[in-house]
Design a protein. Structure first.
Length: 338
């Protein structure tokens, strides 16, 4: 049995500029990191040439079928698409799962795509580089499954760690952000993550955002230009181990993000966010495309307990996490050799 483990991410700044509809013309910047919440791929070889797929997140099970008869269905479409793209025909039982709900804004689907490609390609004795894996995962998501998503999730999952990622039309550059240990620990201690309690499909939000881009909507364009520069400012601050203005930068980015499209936020999210600011947070943001999922706040450690209690009163769930280091894609364990 093979077990692939890959961490999901939190994007701090620049989200939206990783969409080709934007960066092909203007270039994009994001600051993002992996965290200690994972996706999992369990793969066991079969004695026949059939495939059986389980998705615990979607509670879906597809009965054993041949490679030729594999069909994409809700919950198993990612597995089937990767198998087809890599032309893996030897037969296997695959189960996918994650520590976070689907549609919760932490990039789980893209991370699973990277996880699947790395795991299955190892069975094919392919040694794919991080860029290749990220590009394959992005191609499958965008061009095979037609998901209107950006590229940052695939790249952060493939490279791991804390990174500044620059997107251009024909190039993606991943630069590790080397923060001294004490500053990194302080930043981690000052961040608080909450699950709102509802998930959402990012597709509708991103489709509307893309349409506004195509229509050259000034509010959307100017907001994306702003968060691109804000990501660069955050990168330089972190590179210099200066987190003094981190909360303010998060807040500035959130205010700009809400202008991408009206569906990014709603009255409940705005009320929760305003209450968090009144109860110790200096800034925050909704992770992912918007509309639901997780809220991240920057808060003085002395005020964290009160912030958590207040957010709990709204029905939010505190999600403890740690930053994870830069790794070779993810951990892959081969239990057949044990």
């Amino acid at each position: 049995m093979l077990l692939g483990i890959a961490p999901v991410r939190i994007s701090f700044a620049g989200g939206g500029t990783d969409m080709p509809e934007y960066y092909d013309e203007f270039g994009g910047n994001v600051v993002t990191t992996c965290i200690s919440r994972n996706t999992y791929v369990f793969l066991t070889a079969r004695n026949d040439s059939h495939f059986q797929v389980f998705s615990s997140d979607f509670q879906v099970h597809s009965k054993p079928v041949t490679y030729k008869n594999l069909k994409s269905e809700k919950g198993t479409e990612l597995v089937v698409s990767v198998l087809k793209y890599l032309k893996y025909k030897d037969g296997a039982n695959l189960m996918i799962s994650s520590d976070v709900p689907a549609g919760s804004g932490l990039g789980a689907s893209s991370t699973l795509a990277v996880n699947l490609i790395n795991t299955i390609s190892k069975l094919q004795n392919k040694n794919l580089g991080n860029h290749k894996i990220a590009e394959m995962a992005s191609h499958i998501s965008r061009n095979v499954l037609n998901w209107p998503i950006g590229k940052q999730d695939e790249y952060i999952a493939a490279f791991g760690g804390f990174n500044f990622i620059k997107f251009e039309k024909n190039n993606v550059k991943v630069t590790p952000i080397n923060i001294n240990k004490s500053t990194l620990q302080e930043l981690q201690n000052n961040l608080v993550l909450f699950f709102i309690g509802n998930t959402r499909s990012s597709s509708d939000i991103l489709i509307k955002q893309t349409q506004r881009l195509k229509n050259r909507n000034n509010e959307t364009l100017n907001s994306l230009h702003f968060v691109k520069e804000l990501a660069l400012e955050m990168y330089h601050s972190l590179k210099n181990s200066d987190i003094t203005h981190f909360g303010k930068l998060l807040n500035d980015g959130w205010e700009a993000k809400k202008k991408f499209t009206a569906e990014i936020s709603n009255q409940r999210i705005d009320d929760i966010y305003d209450s968090a600011i009144k109860n110790g947070a200096t800034g925050g943001k909704l992770t992912g495309a918007g509309g639901g999922g997780h809220l991240l706040f920057y808060c003085d450690p002395t005020k964290k307990k009160g912030l958590i209690e207040k957010m709990n009163s709204f029905g939010l769930i505190h999600i403890p996490f740690n930053f994870t280091g830069r790794k070779k894609v993810h951990n892959l364990y081969d239990y057949s050799k044990m």
